[in-house]
Write a protein of this length. Structure first.
Length: 333
């Protein structure tokens, strides 16, 4: 297994009238080829900022990348110019499936027109260039229909003639997955891709995403606040807390023997049959003035003086399982 992407020591801050918020502060993340990595944490923990940093789509105003690197296939994406990112990486080698697929479509054009445009810019089929215009269009259309069948859209020809508002949310998300896979990417970033959908459709979309990732050997970075969802589809999970990663593990080890007290609390807060979700005591820290040392210390029952002063380094507790905690749990308790 080899690393496809390695984020090291990434520090990103956002400026606002209230001050500077360190939204990512020394984050490490590794995604291997072909694996589904779940990036899990409460809202505001930095998972979306991390996903957007990899895509190079952080809001330009008031954002500063202060330190770190994002190595993709050996190249540091932070060192590439916008032109290279746009022409070689974003939407090509690294594709994106957004939370709300509706905003990704232009309401005034049919879905077919929008996919044709995308085809013209992104399809690897076009690189050869030996085909005449008509043959190329025919080949492109055949490839699009193949992709739409692959994402199990009923009546693919009919869908291409429709406008975005004429198809359901679930169908739009299937279209987004098809469009993301069109350039044959190595990594797909799916940022809470099922949040806008109802539960039954969510499950269908997740199953589809997992199957396609497996069949195409595509790695997926899947952000979610829901551990149950991560359990369903991920190979490994990284937990983020207040702008830092705190634990990374293969899914079995993660659920059998969580090592970080925050992970334990997240697992304990999973909905237990009819009782609904139990919250975690204490508040998510303000990132303008975060707690010193381990950022979780104000909410942690195991905290000691060392926790209040020093950020724990990553330590291996089992094969492929690392945790940042001075007093990790053993055997999950
Ligand atoms: Fe708790 Fe200390 Fe571990 Fe942080 S480092 S999670 S405060 S025990």
């Amino acid at each position: 297994e080899s690393d496809l992407i390695a984020v090291r020591g990434l520090r990103v801050s956002f400026g606002s009238d209230a001050g500077v918020a360190r939204v990512l502060d020394g984050v490490d993340l590794t995604i291997r080829r072909g694996e589904i990595m779940g990036l899990v944490g409460e809202s505001g923990c930095g998972k979306t900022t991390l996903a957007r940093s990899i895509l190079g789509i952080l809001p330009p105003h008031a954002t500063r990348i202060e330190a770190g690197e994002i190595r993709f296939e050996g190249r540091d994406l932070l060192g590439l110019g916008e032109k290279t990112l746009a022409s070689e990486i974003r939407g090509r080698a690294i594709a994106y499936i957004p939370q709300d697929p509706f905003t990704a479509f232009n309401p005034v054009f049919t879905i077919g027109t929008q996919i044709d445009d995308l085809m013209r810019f992104k399809s690897p089929l076009l690189r050869g260039g030996a085909l005449s215009g008509r043959d190329r269009r025919r080949q492109d259309r055949a490839r699009v229909l193949e992709l739409l069948r692959m994402v199990q859209l009923p009546d693919p020809e009919g869908v291409l003639r429709k406008y975005p508002h004429e198809v359901s949310g679930g169908q739009r998300q299937r279209l987004m997955i098809a469009m993301a896979l069109l350039p044959e990417p190595q990594l797909v970033i799916a940022d809470e891709p099922t949040t806008a959908l109802d539960v039954t459709v969510q499950a269908q979309i997740l199953t589809l995403l997992k199957r396609l990732a497996r069949e195409h050997g595509v790695a997926v970075l899947f952000t979610t606040h829901d551990l149950g969802t991560a359990y369903e589809i991920c190979d490994r999970i990284t937990v983020m807390y207040a702008g830092q990663e705190v634990e990374e593990a293969p899914v079995a080890s993660f659920f059998d023997a969580p090592s970080h007290p925050y992970t334990r609390k997240l697992l304990d807060s999973l909905p237990s049959s009819e009782n609904g979700i139990r919250g975690i005591a204490g508040e998510i820290p303000r990132l303008i003035d975060p707690p010193s040392g381990c950022r979780f210390h104000p909410r942690c029952e195991r905290a000691t003086e060392e926790c209040r002063t020093t950020r724990p380094p990553p330590e291996a507790v089992a094969a492929g399982h690392t945790v940042r905690c001075h007093h990790p749990l053993e055997g999950g308790a």
